[in-house]
Ligand binder design. Structure first.
Ligand code: ADP
Ligand code: MG
Length: 325
């Protein structure tokens, strides 16, 4: 794996300035309040962790940040501007994400999956694509070169021509990260990036996240692997039953009595063998590609019933694919 993302089209941020500001975010589904009045800031240059028991509202909160859900209350701002709750506009603004359940185009190659992630950053339109003039060819060559750089960065360059479905599970997760980076984000949201990985793959993912941050992309990451979280994060927020219970440095959070009682079970011991908190009631995805959800020919949307109070229309297929960056 190389450790440079050689060029970025997104503006660089002042180190330490606020990038993402979620304020008073509430998400209700009928009678269930999944996210309760959550404030969270991610500053540029930071890696922030979001932890909490299964069902705490972590993924729902990500969905509110990325426009998949329209929060019942509250606002989400990026670089000082309130984000419209539309996934493609959120991506365009500079936030990219991966999904708890991997969403890849299983029957496309690794390289093609990354190219899909680039389309918010390419200016070539339909006419140009039909005419296929010099502008189109130039843009395509640039996109391919950039996609290959990202595959090198994530250690997947040797598999550029493989079908996504044939990658081992850990590499599919990396490919999701490469595809997210292809939209040239300033902030990357990772939803359980090491779920189903072995310890070596998890360590490699840790290195990858550090490398992403070192290239000027801030990271907000949900994970149940506490060693991963506490090694990686500058700051950690703990969600319990939709509410932010505690927020602070790794050192503070891992010793906090309330966090131990509600989630960790015992104080975190970085050196010792420690049982991880109960990660999920759902079975972990199988490491074999044929048994995992990404083996389907098209990316499957997460089975997310439309939030009842949302007046938003159903997303069209284009927009759904947009979510898959
Ligand atoms: N689209 C939805 N409709 C109804 N309830 C939902 C929806 N999405 C999530 N929930 C509920 O919100 C709660 C939080 O879920 P989730 O955000 O997936 O938790 P986590 O990611 O922390 O495990 C759960 O009780 C879940 O069943
Ligand atoms: Mg989740």
């Amino acid at each position: 794996m190389t450790t440079t993302i050689p060029h970025q089209s997104a503006p660089r941020d002042e180190p330490g300035g606020p990038l993402l500001q979620a304020s008073g975010v509430v998400m209700r589904f009928g009678g269930l309040t999944a996210v309760r009045d959550v404030d969270l800031t991610v500053n540029s240059g930071e890696i922030v962790g979001l932890i909490g028991p299964n069902g705490a509202g972590k993924t729902t909160f990500f969905n509110c940040l990325t426009g998949l859900y329209v929060p019942t209350e509250g606002t989400v701002s990026y670089r000082g501007t309130v984000l419209p709750p539309k996934p493609h506009l959120v991506t365009k603004a500079g936030i990219a994400r991966t999904f708890q359940n991997i969403r890849l185009f299983a029957n496309m190659t690794v390289l093609e999956n990354v190219l899909v992630g680039r389309h918010t950053r390419t200016k070539e339109g339909l006419i140009s694509a039909i005419i296929r003039g010099p502008g189109y060819h130039r843009a395509e060559a640039t996109s391919r070169a950039r996609a290959m750089e990202l595959l090198e960065f994530t250690g997947l360059a040797g598999k550029a021509d493989h079908l996504a479905r044939n990658l081992p599970y850990g590499e599919q997760r990396k490919l999701e990260i490469a595809r997210a980076l292809a939209s040239e984000p300033g902030l990357l949201l990772l939803d359980e990036p090491t779920a189903g990985m072995n310890p070596q793959e998890t360590r490699a993912t840790e290195e990858l996240v550090f490398a992403v941050r070192d290239q000027g992309v801030a990271v907000l990451v949900i994970e149940h692997d506490m060693r991963f979280i506490f090694n990686l994060c500058d700051r950690v927020a703990v969600l319990v039953q939709g509410e932010k219970l505690v927020e602070g440095s790794s050192e503070v959070v891992q010793q906090d009595e309330r966090v131990i009682a509600a989630y960790l079970g015992e104080p975190f011991d970085a050196g010792g063998e420690q049982a991880q908190p109960e990660p999920s009631a759902e079975p972990l995805p199988e490491p074999q590609p044929e048994a995992s959800p990404e083996a389907s020919p098209e990316p499957e949307p997460e089975p997310e019933p439309s939030p009842e109070p949302s007046p938003e229309p159903e997303q069209g297929q284009d927009e759904q694919q947009e979510n898959d960056k």
